[in-house]
Design a protein around this ligand. Structure first.
Ligand code: SF4
Length: 376
């Protein structure tokens, strides 16, 4: 089989086939292209695939069942996810193992998802040997499955709660869209994941800009941290073909404020209760001296991608340009340079009125148009 050609089989199905992010395909040499600013990917992000697609209907997701088109051709977190056969993926991962620090297997809502994830976890554990994370789908699982995943070799696990509040969760993923997901099930699975995998071995995905107040998001991040887990943050980006395709991306100043709050909470430097908010729930202060806040901003660290760690990196899972195009980077997949920090500082001072009626992407780093093969 030619390595640079995705499988053209009419109905590829896990576990024999998997989708992977475009960045992962480029890292394994299965797709040609260069990353903007020489970003590198350190986590192989894999996604289960079935001809019937995902059974859920999350309003913001490109994989929702109500979106027209073949599952394998739908985009997910902004980029294409080409399909390859498992044997090729394992072989290529072994060849490029020194470039990677982690593998992540993402479940979707499908009756076979758990069984296939267990099989795949064992195969990758035995044949590749990199640390494995599972992005779980609590709707397709029972609590004892957590132990099974661990036994098969999963080292970390995450739950994509995505929404900060129960009400928003129900509206965007549950009853509001005729979807099968329920907040209580997601939250209790996260609690149990933190217990089963241990401190700092559980993650919770949260998307900023889906209608929540900043205060609610900060409180949720603290509740996740109090379980011993950490938040993996995303900036809302309107996914083509999703119900929210016409919405605006998360205002960049809102995302920057939440990134800073998350970094302080997850690093146990500050708690949500130390922070203060205005009457619309926006962060007013972090409960730190101005000079301390400035130091954190100058470090650039709070604005990097948050995800599962590996290879000495706070986030091996750096998902290059997964929540914003190269001309409007939201989660930086690399260390920030001086110009990036200057831009972030400017973004933090933007007034919310700047975003009325236009995309916050209008304010970008000068000369930061995408180059190379990875284009939005
Ligand atoms: S942060 Fe990355 S590696 Fe961890 S669960 Fe999420 S997608 Fe997977």
């Amino acid at each position: 089989m030619k390595p640079d050609k995705p499988i053209s089989c009419k109905a590829p199905r896990s576990p024999d086939y998997l989708q992977m992010s475009l960045a992962a395909a480029m890292t394994l040499g299965l797709k040609e292209g260069l990353f903007y600013r020489n970003a590198r990917l350190y986590c192989l992000n894999l996604l289960l695939t079935y001809p019937e697609g995902c059974r859920a209907n999350c309003a913001y997701c490109g994989l929702q069942k109500s979106r027209e088109g073949d599952f394998g051709h739908k985009s997910f977190i902004r980029v294409a996810w080409p399909t390859y056969d498992l044997e090729t993926i394992i072989q290529k991962t072994k060849e490029h193992k020194t470039r990677l620090f982690r593998i992540c297997i993402s479940m979707i809502t499908h009756p076979r998802a758990l069984r296939d994830t267990l099989y795949l976890t064992q195969r990758f554990q035995e044949e590749v040997g990199l640390p494995i994370s599972i992005l779980m789908n609590p709707t397709s699982m029972v609590t004892s499955d957590l132990q099974e995943l661990k036994k098969k070799g999963a080292q970390m696990a995450a739950v994509a709660l995505d929404l900060a509040t129960e009400d928003l969760f129900d509206r965007r993923r549950g009853r509001g869209v005729g979807g099968p997901h329920r907040f209580d099930r997601y939250w209790s699975m996260l609690e149990l994941t933190a217990e089963t995998f241990g401190k700092d071995k559980a993650g919770c995905h949260l998307i900023v800009g889906l209608g929540e107040r900043e205060e609610a998001m900060v409180q949720r991040i603290q509740r996740v941290r109090d379980l011993g887990a950490r938040t993996h943050l995303f900036s809302f980006f309107p996914e083509k073909g999703s119900r929210l395709a016409r919405e605006k991306p998360c205002p960049v100043n809102q995302y920057r404020r939440i990134q800073l709050a998350r970094y302080l909470i997850d690093g146990d430097y500050r708690r949500a209760e130390n922070m203060s908010f205005d009457d619309q729930g926006r962060i007013l202060s972090y409960g730190l001296m101005k000079s301390e806040v400035e130091q954190w901003i100058e470090s650039g660290k709070p604005f990097r991608t948050s995800g599962c760690p590996g290879g000495g990196l706070e986030a091996a899972c750096n998902r290059p340009f997964g929540d914003g195009p190269p001309r409007d980077i939201r989660s930086f997949p690399f260390a920030l340079e001086e110009e990036d920090i200057a831009l972030v500082k400017q973004q933090l001072t933007l007034d919310d009125r700047d975003f009325q009626g236009r995309s916050p992407a209008a304010r970008v780093r000068p000369g930061s148009e995408p180059q190379g093969g990875f284009k939005p």
